[in-house]
Design a protein around this ligand. Structure first.
Ligand SMILES: [Zn+2]
Ligand SMILES: [Zn+2]
Length: 196
């Protein structure tokens, strides 16, 4: 059995801002997957110290992160194929699931792991797991930090966890462009709700 810790949308500058409850999962996991929107090179460099780490970039990750990670990826673990994509720009015009699948056209996948909406999701649709671990910093509209664990056996197991007493980012450090991002994200969030 392989255990995969899945997180994304950290949106923090420093490693110490990441929840200790989430970090404590790393030692008991065989893989650590980050689905984009690290929001700082410092954070990515900390993740890259682990040989278990795989990641992709999100719409909030600048050129220095894009130089180090792909925008999407497929990894195979014990015969299960997992598609990793951040998910921005995927919800229109046909809905999020079809948009996510379109990014992997021609590929047979057991799961599509995505983020961006800051909204947890854990559902099988016609043999494919659609899994969103929410925001690991509890960023709006998430109320709490959250992450996911996927287990690979003969089948896939998938669970989501929220973290109480989220530390995350202090409101004073939210920059104006991040606030406008939140507004855009709300629109996409509601599109997601109506189109899923
Ligand atoms: Zn995000
Ligand atoms: Zn995003």
């Amino acid at each position: 059995m392989k255990r995969i810790c899945v997180l994304g949308d950290t949106h923090i500058k420093h490693w110490h801002q990441l929840s200790t409850a989430i970090k404590s999962e790393f030692s008991s996991s065989d893989y650590i997957l980050h689905l984009g929107d690290f929001d700082s090179l410092e954070l990515l460099e900390e993740f890259k110290k682990s040989s278990k780490f795989y990641g992709i970039t999100g719409n909030h990750d600048g050129p220095s992160l894009k130089a180090l990670l792909p925008a999407q990826d497929i990894i195979e673990i014990d015969g299960k194929r997992l598609g990793l994509v951040h998910g921005h720009g995927c919800s229109l015009p046909w809905g999020l699931r079809r948009g996510l699948q379109a990014r992997f056209r021609g590929e047979k996948l057991d799961a599509i792991l995505y983020g961006h909406t800051h909204r947890m999701n854990n559902v099988f649709d016609r043999g494919t797991l659609f899994f969103n671990p929410g925001s690991a910093a509890g960023r709006f509209p998430a109320g709490n930090a959250s992450y996911g664990v996927i287990t690979v056996n003969a089948t896939l197991g998938s669970n989501l966890f929220t973290v109480e007493n989220t530390v995350g980012v202090e409101p004073s450090s939210v920059l104006p462009e991040q606030l406008s991002y939140c507004v855009v994200n709300v629109e996409e969030y509601y599109n997601t709700l109506t189109r899923l």
